[in-house]
Design a protein around this ligand. Structure first.
Ligand SMILES: Cc1cc2nc3c(=O)[nH]c(=O)nc-3n(C[C@H](O)[C@H](O)[C@H](O)COP(=O)(O)OP(=O)(O)OC[C@H]3O[C@@H](n4cnc5c(N)ncnc54)[C@H](O)[C@@H]3O)c2cc1C
Ligand code: FES
Length: 566
């Protein structure tokens, strides 16, 4: 659990040790340049490098050695457990994986947040990360499913005298098909978030040679948005860990990124920005995401009343928190409670006001709701449930119950709305989201939509759904990218999201808006459980706490069901 907290970015390290090591880390990070851009599969993020440095530092502080045997000296197949063996090559932890008659040697940690792949699941020539379900090709190390975008290192393996030896690192393993000759020349992406960035990255990974223009109304380049309510907000991750890629990446990858560029209209084959610029496209991806629902009560327009979506929002919350010993969170769902946990880490008194009886009950059910409430209370959060804020007068908030609360910082986490205005104005078919087909194409040929705005035909539930999950947005961006190049790939990933509260991660696979039964295996309070959300006996979704392997297995089972139903 400790490792997970560390590597997921909740870096509980001693600042002094960091100071001692700062020079080395800075050198390593500053020296980092994306590898040869002709093969962009080797582009690694600054965050990945920092994770690696910190893991190294963690090993040093524990005076620990890399785990397991020295794999260069040879290991027997009988040492493998469930087809895997964790060992090392020099200082690097390496995982040996047996897949049929073949043995592969790959980096032992996921390139997303350093999840332990030896606890992951092997599926058909790939390995899936236990933490957020990224997937890597065993043969090449390629990151075939988000949230990981960077590949894993791979090593040569030699079998001799019933022993397996790991030799030198292998390079240039990733073979990618060329884009079709009919691939378009100009792709425009509206949105610099999860889906937009993943699309641009995938286009270059797949060697799309045309122009990519990304127009984002954000003032910062694409960021690791989930971090904004977690480590960065809590003060345990510095700001330069938040970008998905260093600024230099966009130039090097040939992605024309325009910040503060709001697209206001779409015409036959060009978009127009608020500044009046026209940008022509052959294919267009709309990935405008969602925006926080604003409070509509008296006093909601004051500067200390905030919402959280962008890095700018997050910076403003941090600034205000520095002079506010008490914060009021309005809303007890994912964002609200993650913000509550982050502010508690800053030693701020936190009150949460929400109309529901139990936090997160609508998504996760009453038992997890009770657990989440107790967990936050253990950390000092004070709940005011079945109540709402009716007015904020200066720093004084008045609740429906008549109670008043003084707070120098108010954060409203009362839900989000998909940003549909652009699509609606362009005449695209919308229905509580932009309607897309299985290929993520909208009602207009050549215009695609992905992420929080897209309502797609989900093959697992058999319904048209729209979700607000980081991993789904990234995977849709990737599928849209492939289709914009002229291929035909259906989006068929089972939805997945995670949420983190203190040291408790919650993973959720599938999609259940309504259920008639929740089957609980294990003990929620003991933080060891798997919950199945069922309708008419069929499992629609699975939530888990520290049951990572079972969560991955549930995902595979849902995928199998989809294949059978086609
Ligand atoms: C604080 C926070 C924490 C989260 N944590 C988690 C988590 O732990 N797990 C999880 O699964 N999900 C999490 N989410 C949800 C997840 O971040 C979203 O589902 C995901 O970012 C959606 O990706 P997207 O690309 O659709 O939209 P976004 O990432 O929001 O990107 C939309 C982009 O479009 C731009 N844009 C909008 N309109 C225009 C326009 N007209 N012209 C130009 N640009 C435009 C925006 O500026 C932005 O750059 C979190 C969200 C937030 C806000
Ligand atoms: S750490 Fe592997 S997917 Fe996040």
């Amino acid at each position: 659990m400790g490792d997970r907290a560390l590597a997921m970015g909740t870096f509980f390290f001693d600042e002094r040790l960091i100071d001692d090591e700062q020079g080395r880390i800075d050198n390593e990070v500053n020296a980092f340049t994306p590898h040869d851009c002709a093969d962009r599969s080797f582009v690694t993020s600054r965050l990945d490098v920092k994770c690696r440095c910190l893991m190294e530092l963690d090993f040093m502080t524990k005076e620990s050695q890399p785990s397991g045997p020295d794999l260069t000296s040879g290991v027997a197949l009988t040492q493998f457990v469930d087809g895997k063996l964790l060992g090392h090559v020099g200082e690097e932890e390496v995982l040996l994986v047996q897949d049929g008659s073949e043995i592969f040697a790959i980096a032992a940690h996921c390139s997303h947040y350093h999840g332990p792949l030896n606890e992951g699941l092997m599926v058909g020539g790939t390995i899936r990360c236990p933490w957020h379900h990224a997937c890597f090709d065993l043969r090449s190390g390629d990151a075939v499913r988000a949230p990981a975008l960077a590949p894993l290192d791979c090593w040569q393996v030699e079998k001799r005298d019933n022993l397996v030896f790991v030799r030198e690192k292998r390079v240039g393993l990733i073979q990618r098909g060329k884009p079709p000759t009919s691939a378009p020349e100009k792709i425009v992406i509206v949105g610099g978030g999860a889906a937009g960035f993943a699309a641009a990255e995938m286009l270059r990974r797949r060697e799309f040679r045309g122009s990519i223009v990304m127009l984002s109304s954000d003032s910062s380049a694409p960021v690791d948005r989930p971090n904004l309510s977690k480590d960065y907000l809590a003060g345990s991750a510095p700001e330069d860990w938040v970008p998905l890629r260093p600024d230099s990446y966009y130039n090097e990858a040939g992605i024309e990124l325009h910040l503060n560029s709001e697209v206001v209209s779409i015409n036959a084959r060009h978009v127009t920005t608020g500044k009046g610029d026209q940008v022509a496209f052959d294919r267009l991806l709309l990935a405008t995401g969602a925006e926080p629902v604003r409070l509509s009560i008296p006093g909601a327009d004051q500067p200390h009343v905030r919402t959280l979506r962008s890095l700018t929002d997050c910076r403003a919350i941090i600034d205000t928190s520095k002079t506010s010993p008490r914060a009021l969170i309005i809303g007890a769902s994912f964002i609200g409670l993650e913000v509550a946990a982050a502010l508690r880490a800053r030693d701020i008194e936190v009150h949460v006001v929400a109309p529901e009886k139990r936090p997160m009950e609508r998504i996760l059910g009453p038992d997890v709701g009770n657990f989440i409430r107790a967990l936050h209370e253990e950390h000092g959060v004070i709940f005011h449930l079945e109540d709402t804020v009716t007015a904020i007068n200066g720093q004084r908030a008045t609740l429906k119950s008549g109670r008043t609360l003084d707070a120098g910082l108010v954060v409203a986490g009362i839900g989000v709305r998909p940003r549909l205005a652009l699509a609606e104005k362009a005449g695209l078919v919308t229905d509580r989201g932009v309607q897309v087909n299985a290929f993520l194409e909208t009602s207009a040929t050549g215009i695609y939509a992905a992420g929080d705005i897209a309502r797609w035909p989900d093959p697992h539930s058999g319904e048209r759904i729209r979700v607000e999950h980081w991993v789904v947005a990234q995977r849709q961006g990737q599928t849209a990218a492939i289709n914009m190049m002229g291929m035909r790939e259906k989006f068929a990933a089972v939805p997945f999201f995670w949420s983190q509260h203190y040291d408790v991660p919650i993973n959720y696979v599938g999609h259940a808006e309504q259920w008639d039964e929740i089957a609980i295996d294990g003990n929620i309070r003991a933080r060891d459980c798997l919950l199945k959300y069922k309708r008419k006996g069929r499992v629609l979704a699975v939530a888990s706490i520290f049951r990572d392997l079972a969560s991955l297995q549930a995902e595979v089972q849902m995928e199998d069901e989809m294949i059978q139903s086609v």
